[in-house]
Ligand binder design. Structure first.
Ligand SMILES: Nc1ncnc2c1ncn2[C@@H]1O[C@H](COP(=O)(O)OP(=O)(O)OP(=O)(O)O)[C@@H](O)[C@H]1O
Ligand SMILES: [Mg+2]
Length: 365
């Protein structure tokens, strides 16, 4: 995983909320950002920061297709709470929930059938309770609230629900109720969502929001150098990264990965200052030095790719060398001698250059 960059202030905010909730002042925090900007990562870092705490940490997520699936993230949270595995039989689930309810002193009749029903256990017992759908929903929410509040009396409870922009109505009602009932409990609710989600909950003094902005140029480049594993990045490449990724961590990772895949070996060829360009389509027989312009590197590789490898998508080290180095050039044999196995089978991923519509000026050359 890419080392965590920036976001110290935001992490502090989440930790602050947790500290307060631990003292019995229930808290909620919403982490909001566009896609790929780092909500899940911040949550992950927070979870890491509290791993040694004596606290129950439950996580649930909404998915793009779960908007019409009632209680989707709640089921995740319940499973986590009762330590239910996908491989558990219905009998095992029943036992775990029953035991769980006993340990937090929630009476079975008011909760068990509703929870088992949510967990899709066939003989949940809910059919024996004559209730309107509305009343059943109310009792279900009550049961969930009880486990949260009673559970938090034994150990502080953190409940994180991700991607509320895909949340179903029933889950939203649960969250709303929970939000209204945690004020005096050791409960910390964390929500993550993209800005398009507009919740219908009233504002509460104990519910804060943290909006993640895109990374600054400096943070973007720090992240890029981490991923590339280099001490610094040459200027031309810096500009390209900033321009292509716009400070969105997800794009930064993907873009650098595509560069790395493509660039295996070639930056070393050129990096060692040995490679000479012989193709007149390029820049005469210019010598590429270490830290050569990235633009030029791309040009020469787009040339290689188009000339030779478009069909196969791979080439040997000698083929590449043959394109760049004058026959009989001393540096070529030197390079061959010191060549590693990786170079011998240099693979060029043509896909990236040929499919990247963002680099028309390069692929046209
Ligand atoms: N501050 C950061 N430092 C380093 N890497 C980061 C940072 N923030 C995010 N990333 C990485 O960027 C990628 C996207 O981040 P993440 O999944 O957290 O985005 P998200 O906001 O949850 O997106 P979505 O709305 O799609 O769920 C992840 O691989 C994550 O590890
Ligand atoms: Mg996410």
């Amino acid at each position: 995983m890419t080392p965590f960059v920036g976001r110290q202030r935001e992490l502090e905010l989440v930790l602050d909320g947790y500290e307060r909730s631990k003292e019995g002042r229930g808290q909620a925090i919403s982490i909001i950002s566009e896609a790929g900007v780092g909500k899940s990562r911040l949550l992950y870092e927070f979870r890491k920061a509290v791993t040694n705490e004596d606290v129950t940490f439950l996580e649930g997520s909404c998915l793009s297709y779960s908007r019409n699936v009632a209680y989707y993230p709640i089921v995740d949270l319940l499973k986590a709470n009762f330590d239910i595995q996908d491989s558990d039989t219905e009998q095992e689930i029943r036992e775990k929930v029953t035991k769980g309810l006993q340990s937090i002193k929630v009476d079975e009749a008011s909760a068990l059938p509703y929870l088992l029903e949510l967990l899709s256990v066939k003989e949940s017992g809910i059919d024996k309770i004559p209730l309107s759908p509305e009343a059943r929903k109310e009792r279900t929410i009550e049961a969930i609230k009880k486990i949260v509040l009673k559970g938090s009396e034994i150990r502080p409870l953190i409940m994180a629900t991700e991607d509320l922009h895909w949340m179903d109505r029933s889950s939203e009602d649960v969250m709303k109720e929970l939000l209204e009932s945690i004020a005096g409990a050791r409960v910390f609710l964390i929500f993550t969502y993209r800005p398009e989600f507009v919740h219908t909950w009233g504002s509460r003094s104990y519910h804060s929001q943290v909006t993640l902005n895109r990374l600054s140029n400096r943070e973007t480049l720090t992240m890029a150098t981490h991923i590339l594993g280099v001490p610094y990045i040459e200027r031309g490449l810096e500009d390209l990264i900033l321009q292509k990724t716009e400070g969105i961590p997800f794009f930064i990772e993907e873009f650098i990965k595509s560069l790395k895949d493509f660039d295996v070996g070639c930056s070393e060829l050129i990096g060692h200052g040995w490679v000479q360009l012989s193709g007149h389509q390029l820049h005469g027989s210019e010598y590429l030095h270490y830290r050569t312009s990235f633009e030029l590197l791309l040009q020469c590789f787009s040339f290689v790719v188009r000339q030779t490898f478009l069909n196969s998508g791979r080439c040997t080290f000698d083929q590449v060398l043959g394109l760049f180095v004058e026959p009989g050039d001393e540096s070529a044999s030197k390079l061959r001698r010191e060549d590693s196995a990786q170079h011998q089978n240099l693979r060029l991923r043509t896909l990236w250059l040929s499919s990247d519509a963002n680099l028309p000026q390069l692929s046209q050359r």
